[in-house]
Design a protein around this ligand. Structure first.
Ligand SMILES: *[C@@H]1O[C@H](CO)[C@@H](O)[C@H](O)[C@H]1NC(C)=O
Ligand SMILES: *[C@@H]1O[C@H](CO)[C@@H](O)[C@H](O)[C@H]1NC(C)=O
Ligand SMILES: *[C@@H]1O[C@H](CO)[C@@H](O)[C@H](O)[C@H]1NC(C)=O
Length: 975
């Protein structure tokens, strides 16, 4: 092979050298040129990003010097080794199999695609074939001629259809068969495999094998690894499996196997890794007591009973034991884990009892200890207090007692401490300052006591603290406000006293706060009203006094409970709503004219302070109204001017081919063309010379309460709070790039330093809200309503899934769905005006509130608003279409909207039918109810439970009444 080695890059020498070789070995060259051609074909068929890989694959060289190619002593190619080289493309097997001596073809771990052609069957000398971990498609061809194969790796390669199991019959030398992780057609266990006496390694996980494991598997006595996990296997594990004495790994998890771990299984004494979790195995673990080499044993989620063999305590290699969700009983071997660098144990949800084995962290390696929901008793072993590697310590719902070892609270890597529902005692010690990784501290329903240590504020990752139902006393530490990640604080049913710390208002993520059933006194801090995420506030059954802070009105609480305290004075108006009915019981000093069980607030009892506050508030409102009036007056005066042209310099950006000019638009912005006024600007209808009509939104770049006017020459966008409102720019860009028949078309934007014009297509039929709720419902037959629903759904689907980065509308409502001359819908008003309005406003935030009645519940307590919030709002629109009612109606009652009204009517068919608009005729009511069902899915309280808009569109298409008609017609026609 050295003949071809090039001693120098000198070209003439190269040629000479080559020439000499040609003379000497012309016979070899003949085969070589054929091999050269087939390798060059291979090279040109595949691509990769590394230029040096094929640099040596040139016709001036011997194929034996090609990178990745090996030859035999006759200079014939016998091996191609190009695995894991980032190759793409389709393999030319017709060329590859021209290499008549090829024994080894190694192309695994690439991104090769296309089909594997039947020409592969011509590579008859192959002993080693690795095409695994690629992206092929189609079925794998018959390869019966490859009788010499010893190694066959085809796992995870995208193959489908039927595998040519028959080909295996002749491959009696096969040592490795790896075909798992391909979506083959479901097939019973292929019996062809059972004749492969020499097989060492059989990997057939996740490749659609059904039925039972045949007893003949016991004939494959050379197996060291048998993997049949994640198939559709049923029946028993055959007892013959015990003949596989060399077995080192056995993977049977995620099947439907039943029966027991068979007698004789204990003969598999070399077994180190055994996983049969997620099956329906019964019986006990006694056979496993002989498997002294076990390192990892997973049998969770079965029906296993009996005891954990005491012998496990003597196993010298066991580091990983997962037996949760069975019916195991008895105690754990006390020496469990003491011999090894033990890592993981989960025996949760069994009937185990007795003490926790003390030595599982003896070597300082244990990471997870999970023994939840058993009957373990005794103390938490002191040894765990030193287990610095521990990340999960979860021992809830047992009968553990005694004092929690102090060091447990301060384990440096522990992420979850969960000791709830035991009989544990003692304080949380100041060690907790060291628990820098702790995110969840759950210790409810124990007998823990003492003061809450101020050092808890050093456990800075804490998100959840649940100490409900203990005997903690003293004050809530003032510095608890330093826990910046805190979202859930449950301290109910303790003996805490003192004030509610004002500092809690620093916990900006706090969503649940329950301090009920303690002895807290003093006032409810005003600052609680500033917690942006607070959703659940329970302060009941304390001794809180003073007035209910008016600031609480600004929260959107799903639960407010202030009952059984000593609160006095009036209940703030906005809190006296039905949702909080019962929130104020047991406070004799409270009054309200709306809450029936409280005495009315008579004007005599109003103290002077209240009077002064009312006066100040009233005055402020008056000032604001005056300012508002002045602003609109100024704006209207401006609009009365004949034309905007010439006032400022305008900058036009177009997003479609335009048939009009900037001047034409500017000339038309005048009073006589005004067709609407919105919060952020006026809308004008512009009729072009060619008869085309446009809608132009004129947005003032200054909010009513903004005091400083923009300076001439300042670009408009820089005036917006640039750090927080960068969205404006991208929002215009997004809208301008959208192209969908159900999304309003933005032709162009024309901006000056003072205002901005957005030029849209004009939609003569106004908004869906106008059509539905302003009397003119007559054109809206059910079929029309359905088509509006489907069109709007498609528009929204496009926004969410169809245009690259998902666009979240944030303000879907019937008044933002506009209708063209054929009543086809367009989604409009991309919250754009809202952003501008908010930035011009007092607090300059870009948070878009949406519209009451359409707002998904999660807006109240999380900033993670996503597409699913639009889905909720869309569900509300569907309810409007079905019922003909508005999102908020007086008849729904105080604080109730269409969603709660609909959900309240889901009791029986009769009351469901009563939801449907009375003008929809009887035969179509069932069609409307189909859409109502979709609306109900869309308005699920939890965002995760709502369908995506893709699914909504599919569901609506399935519910299409016109489709129904055509099916009926077709069926009648065939009669
Ligand atoms: C492969 O073998 C088949 C017959 O089995 C033959 O028709 C075909 O031409 C062969 N392909 C090559 C590239 O030799
Ligand atoms: C294979 O196994 C079956 C059943 O376990 C047995 O009857 C048969 O004799 C075995 N065949 C060989 C060749 O060992
Ligand atoms: C085990 O599964 C098989 C096949 O699914 C079934 O016929 C048999 O009754 C099951 N046996 C037990 C004990 O559940």
């Amino acid at each position: 092979m050295t003949v071809f080695k090039l001693p120098s890059p000198n070209a003439s020498f190269m040629c000479l050298h080559f020439f000499v070789f040609l003379l000497r070995a012309s016979a070899v060259v003949a085969t070589s040129s054929k091999e050269l051609q087939s390798l060059l074909n291979l090279k040109s068929a595949v691509q990769n990003s590394n230029p040096s890989l094929f640099a040596s694959w040139v016709s001036t060289r011997s194929v034996c010097n090609f990178n990745g190619v090996t030859c035999n002593s006759d200079n014939s190619v016998i091996g191609i080794e190009l695995s894991n080289r980032g190759l793409t493309g389709t393999l030319p097997f017709d060329s590859i199999c021209q290499l008549q001596s090829l024994q080894r073809l190694s192309l695994g771990f690439n991104s090769l695609s296309g089909t594997v052609s039947a020409d592969l069957d011509n590579c008859t000398k192959l002993q080693y074939l690795d095409l695994g971990n690629n992206n092929f498609n189609g079925s794998f061809p018959d390869i019966s001629s490859l009788k010499n194969l010893k190694y066959m790796y085809l796992n995870m390669s995208g193959f489908t259809g039927t595998f040519p199991w028959n080909s295996l019959k002749t491959m009696t030398s096969l040592l490795v068969l790896s075909v798992g992780d391909n979506q083959f057609d479901i097939t019973p266990f292929p019996h062809e495999i059972l004749g492969l006496d020499n097989l060492n390694w059989l990997y057939m996980s996740n490749c659609s094998i059904s039925g039972s494991i045949p007893p003949e598997i016991g004939n494959l006595t050379e197996l060291i690894d048998l993997e049949l996990a994640d198939n559709y296997l049923t029946g028993k594990i055959p007892a013959e499996i015990s003949r596989l004495k060399n077995l080192w790994q056995l993977e049977l998890y995620d099947n439907n196997l039943n029966g027991t771990i068979p007698a004789g299984f204990g003969n598999l004494t070399k077994l180190q890794l055994f996983d049969a979790s997620n099956n329906s195995l019964g019986g006990d673990l006694s056979e496993l007591r002989f498997l002294t080499e076990l390192q990892s044993l997973h049998l969770h989620n079965n029906g296993l009973s009996g005891r954990v063999p005491a012998e496990f305590g003597e196993f010298k290699n066991l580091v990983d034991l997962s037996l949760y969700s069975n019916n195991l009983t008895g105690s754990l071997p006390q020496k469990l884990g003491s011999w090894t660098e033990f890592i993981y144990i989960d025996v949760s949800t069994n009937n185990l009892y007795g003490p926790i084995p003390p030595d599982m962290c003896k070597r300082g390696t244990m990471e997870k200890l999970l023994i939840l929901q058993n009957k373990f008793s005794g103390e938490i072993p002191a040894t765990y207090a030193n287990c610095r590697t521990l990340t999960r310590f979860r021992v809830s719902q047992n009968s553990l007692s005694g004092v929690v070892p102090s060091g447990i609270w301060g384990l440096p890597n522990v992420d979850v401490i969960e000791i709830s529902e035991n009989e544990l005692e003692g304080p949380i010690t100041s060690d907790i300052a060291n628990a820098k990784s702790l995110t969840e501290l759950r210790a409810r329903e124990n007998n823990l006591s003492g003061d809450l240590p101020p050092e808890i504020s050093n456990a800075s990752s804490l998100g959840t603290i649940d100490l409900t139902g203990n005997q903690f006393s003293g004050d809530i530490p003032e510095n608890i406000g330093e826990l910046g990640q805190l979202s859930n604080l449950h301290l109910e049913r303790n003996w805490l006293s003192g004030n509610i710390p004002d500092s809690l208002s620093s916990c900006l993520h706090l969503s649940d706060l329950s301090l009920a059933y303690n002895s807290l006194s003093g006032k409810i801090p005003d600052s609680l009203g500033s917690l942006p995420s607070l959703n659940y506030l329970n302060l009941s059954n304390n001794q809180l006094s003073g007035q209910i802070p008016a600031t609480l009105s600004s929260l959107r609480l799903s639960l407010l409970d202030l009952s059984y305290n000593r609160l006095t004075g009036p209940v703030p108006e906005s809190l006296s709503i039905e949702a909080y009915n019962g929130s104020f019981v047991g406070n004799n000093g409270l009054c309200s004219s709306n809450v029936t069980y409280l005495r009315p607030c008579s004007s005599h009892s109003r103290d002077v302070r209240t009077f002064i506050i009312s006066f100040v508030v009233g005055f402020a409102v008056l000032v604001a109204l005056t300012a508002f009036y002045m602003f609109f007056k100024r704006r209207d005066q401006k609009d009365d001017g004949h034309s905007l042209k010439g006032d400022y310099s305008w900058d036009m950006k177009s997003y479609h081919v335009l048939s009009f000019t900037e001047d034409e638009i500017l000339d038309s912005i005048k009073q006589e063309n005004l067709i609407g006024k919105g919060g952020s600007g006026n809308v004008y209808k512009v009729s072009l010379k060619d008869g085309k009509e446009l809608a132009v939104k004129h947005i003032w770049n200054i909010g009513p309460t903004n005091s400083s006017r923009s300076q001439p020459g300042t670009p408009m966008l820089s005036k917006l709070d640039s750090s927080r409102c960068r969205e404006f720019d991208s929002e215009v860009r997004t809208l301008s790039s959208l192209r969908h028949v159900n999304v309003i078309k933005l032709y162009c934007s024309i901006t000056s330093e003072d205002s901005s014009l957005l030029v849209y297509e004009y939609l003569p039929n106004g908004s869906l809200w106008d059509r539905l709720h302003s009397g003119n419902k007559l054109g809206l037959h059910w079929q029309t309503r359905f088509e509006i629903a489907l069109g709007a759904a498609r528009g929204l689907e496009y926004l969410h899934h169809g245009c690259g980065r998902p666009v979240i509308h944030r303000d879907i409502k019937s008044s933002n769905i506009l209708l063209d001359e054929f009543l086809k819908p367009r989604i409009a008003d991309f919250g754009l005006a809202k952003i501008i309005q908010a930035s011009g406003g007092r607090d300059s935030t870009c948070v878009i509130a949406g519209t009451h009645g359409y707002i998904a519940p999660e807006y109240g307590y999380t900033s993670r608003v996503n597409e699913k919030s639009d889905v909720y709002s869309f569900g509300v629109v569907l309810m409007e279409l079905v019922s003909g009612k508005r999102a908020i109606e007086l008849e729904f009652g105080d604080s109730r909207d269409i969603v709660s009204w609909v959900f309240g009517k889901l009791k029986n068919k009769e009351s469901v039918v009563s939801i449907v608009d009375v003008i929809i005729p009887e035969p179509l009511k069932d069609e409307a109810i189909k859409v109502l069902k979709i609306a109900i899915l869309c308005t699920a309280r939890l965002p995760e439970l709502r369908p995506t808009m893709k699914t909504v569109v599919q569901m609506l298409e399935d519910a299409d009444p016109s489709k129904l008609v055509s099916i009926v017609v077709a069926e009648n026609g065939s009669d």
